[in-house]
Design a protein around this ligand. Structure first.
Ligand SMILES: [Zn+2]
Ligand SMILES: [Zn+2]
Length: 255
């Protein structure tokens, strides 16, 4: 399994990171992408990737958009050129209107600047979108076109949104613990509608642990619970879920 969206460098793992990564390996999670949320956090993602043999991404989360530097591309390029580790994606970037941690106009500007950086550097993008679907799609229509690649991480939308993201933009949908939640019937419909060719697995750990671990600190070793729920959903076995989502992740990240 490939955990395409984790925050392994998060301080909540400082107490047991080595053991936690051993548990991940034992659970069949062979690859992990640790995702940056601002410049400092992205530097930490790169260092953690180098120390533990993970993949990393660099980017500024919409929550942190208000603190983004003016020369965003320059700052991201400096991180990329730091030589600590080679980032395999730009993210997480996007819009979050659920929490108002950064003003919406600043979120949009910072999102656009990072999309342009992703295009210029030929890196796939990891998108975070919450309660901002219309503006998100408007910006994609203006700034994102194939052969650019990307994933909408922690996708929790409906079937119509899934169709737009997959059909119009060729995006992958990152599916994590939420798909196991009892109340997530609309999401399960959307995932079925998107189809196995368009989803990748993620944890978003330390957040959003799947059932039966819900409410605990999440970690990659819990990912089999999500894969098992997807196997049920697609009336297939876990092996096929793993093989298909791994292949989708390879396409996404150009492995
Ligand atoms: Zn996110
Ligand atoms: Zn995240």
């Amino acid at each position: 399994m490939f955990d395409t969206h984790a925050h392994i460098h998060d301080p909540s793992f400082d107490i047991d990171r080595v053991d936690m990564l051993k548990r991940a390996k034992r659970a069949g999670v062979g690859r992990i992408l640790t995702v940056g949320c601002d410049l400092t956090d992205s530097a930490r993602a790169l260092e953690t990737a180098r120390a533990y043999g993970l993949a990393a991404s660099i980017g500024i989360h919409p929550h942190e958009a208000k603190d983004a530097p003016n020369d965003l591309a320059g700052a991201l390029e400096a991180l990329r050129a730091s030589g600590v580790a080679d980032p395999i994606a730009v993210g997480e970037i996007g819009l979050d209107y659920y929490y108002a941690h950064s003003p919406r106009d600043i979120q949009r500007d910072v999102f656009v600047a990072q999309l342009r950086y992703a295009r210029a550097s030929a890196l796939p993008a990891i998108f975070h979108q919450r309660d901002a679907f219309d503006d998100f799609v408007t910006i994609l229509r203006a700034e994102f076109a194939r052969p650019m690649r990307g994933v909408v991480h922690c996708f929790t939308g409906d079937a119509a949104q899934a169709r737009t993201l997959v059909d119009e933009f060729g995006l992958k949908l990152g599916i994590g613990g939420v798909v196991t939640f009892k109340t997530a019937d609309a999401l399960r419909d959307a995932v079925r509608e998107a189809g196995l060719a368009h989803i990748v697995l993620e944890t978003d750990c330390p957040y959003l642990a799947p059932v039966p671990h819900r409410g605990k600190r999440n970690e990659p070793a819990f990912m089999p619970a999500t894969a098992a729920r997807l196997a049920e959903l697609f009336a297939t076995n876990v092996e096929e879920i793993v093989a298909r989502t791994n292949a989708n992740a390879d396409t996404l990240f150009g492995a």
